[in-house]
Design a protein around this ligand. Sequence first.
Ligand SMILES: [Zn+2]
Length: 151
Amino acid sequence: MAQTNGFMDAAFAEALAAGERGEVPIGAVVVRDGQIIGRGGNETRAANDVTAHAEILAIRRAAAAVGDERLIEADLYVTLEPCTMCAAAISFARIRRLYYAARDIKGGAVESGVRFYAQPTCHHAPEVYSGIRETEASAMLRGFFEARREA
Ligand SMILES: [Zn+2]
């Protein structure tokens, strides 16, 4: 298992905060030189914006913080396998390493679905490390959706 130096904890904290706001509990952080330079939790409901996924928000904030659209030498930590949109954004931002917790068979695009980074049209693929605290991340999502069904 890959060492994540507590950065996955920070992504989980963003996911929990998103869940408390009534959003799908997914969180992400972007890290460069040992520092978190962008954070995000899902905000699609609050923002009425289907693109407001945790990874997109973390990338936007990191890019704004460093003043560069490309996040060379930066790593992204997220609690769930990125979707097609986020996998593309991670590629376009030139993220160096992608760490994610749970696999998303229904909506993921890294090892599931379109396998974005394996396509010839993908011009930058990050190194991928998956399965970090997978059980915990899956349980958090399952609990959220079960609670919504009961409500
Ligand atoms: Zn996404």
